[in-house]
Ligand binder design. Structure first.
Ligand code: HPA
Length: 237
C-alpha cells in the first residue's frame, strides 16, 4: 500500500473498518492495550500511533488524531480517502457549557457547530453546523442503551481556539447555537465524512466545566472514560 504523507502502514491488512480516534496517541496505545487482543502497531509517523487489534473477535483500529481541526482533518481524510476506512468514531473530552452536562457525563454528539472555515475552505460547504452520520449516531445511542449507561445527546461547539479573550462564548455560541459543550475536532471530522460519503460519530466525556466549579476524583474520571470506551467499542462492532 502506498503511504500517505502522514500514515505509513507496515501491512495493508492491518486496518479495521472502523477507527476509534482519541486525540492523544498515547491514549490510543492505552485503549488498545486495555480493550483489544492481538494488538499490532500500525502507524508511527510523527508519533501519531495507531494500533489494530480485536474486540469480541472483530478487527478494530485505534489511532490518535492530534488536537484541533487541522490535525484530525488530515488523519481522517487520509484514512477515509486512501485507506478505505468506512467509519471513524472520535472519542474525546469536552468542556461543559451547560449545567445539564456535569463533569464526567458522557455526551453522544448529534451535530457540531463551528465558526471554523475548515468545511468552506476544503469543500465549499457554507453551513456552520454539520451532523454526525445517522447510523453511527444510532449505533452509539443503541450501545449506551444496551449497556444501560446514561448519556446526553446534543450539539457541541467545535472551537478553533482553546484560549480566548475576545467576545462572550457563552452568549455568542453556547446559547445562540444551543451547544452543550466545547471540543476542537468534530466539525472537521464530520465535514470529511460528508464529503467522502463515509460515516463519522463522536462520543465525549466532560472533563471540565465553563459554568460550574465542580470537583471530582481520579476514580470518577476513570469510570466515565471506561463507560465511554465500552459504548464506542460496542457501537463499532
Ligand atoms: N475547550 C476546548 N476543548 C476542550 C475543552 C475546552 O474547555 N475541554 C476539553 N476539550
Amino acid at each position: 500500500m502506498i503511504p500517505t504523507p502522514h500514515i505509513e502502514l507496515t501491512d495493508p491488512n492491518l486496518l479495521g473498518k472502523t477507527v476509534l480516534m482519541p486525540g492523544d496517541p498515547l491514549r490510543a496505545e492505552y485503549i488498545a492495550n486495555t480493550y483489544l487482543d492481538n494488538v499490532v502497531k500500525i502507524n508511527h509517523i510523527r508519533n501519531m500511533f495507531g494500533f489494530t487489534g480485536s474486540y469480541k473477535g472483530k478487527k478494530i483500529t485505534v489511532m490518535g488524531s492530534g488536537m484541533g481541526m487541522p490535525s484530525i482533518g488530515i488523519y481522517s481524510y487520509e484514512l477515509f480517502a486512501f485507506y478505505n476506512i468506512e467509519q471513524i468514531i472520535r472519542i474525546g473530552s469536552c468542556g461543559s457549557y451547560s449545567e445539564s452536562a456535569k463533569l464526567y457525563d458522557v455526551i453522544v454528539v448529534e451535530d457540531a457547530f463551528s465558526e471554523s472555515s475548515f468545511a468552506k475552505t476544503a469543500f465549499g460547504y457554507e453551513e456552520n453546523i454539520i451532523g454526525s452520520s445517522q447510523s453511527t449516531l444510532h449505533d452509539l445511542i443503541h450501545a449506551a442503551d444496551q449497556l444501560q449507561y446514561p448519556i446526553l445527546k446534543g450539539r457541541i461547539h467545535s472551537s478553533d481556539v482553546f484560549y480566548r479573550s475576545n467576545g462572550n462564548v457563552m452568549k455568542d455560541v453556547a446559547q445562540k447555537y444551543d451547544c452543550l459543550a466545547v471540543e476542537m475536532e468534530s466539525f472537521a471530522l464530520f465535514a470529511n465524512a460528508k464529503k467522502l460519503g463515509k460515516k463519522a460519530g463522536c462520543i465525549l466525556t466532560v472533563s471540565d466545566s465553563l459554568v460550574t466549579n465542580e470537583a471530582t476524583t481520579a476514580q470518577e474520571r476513570q469510570n466515565s472514560f471506561n463507560k465511554m470506551m465500552e459504548i464506542a467499542l460496542e457501537a463499532a462492532i
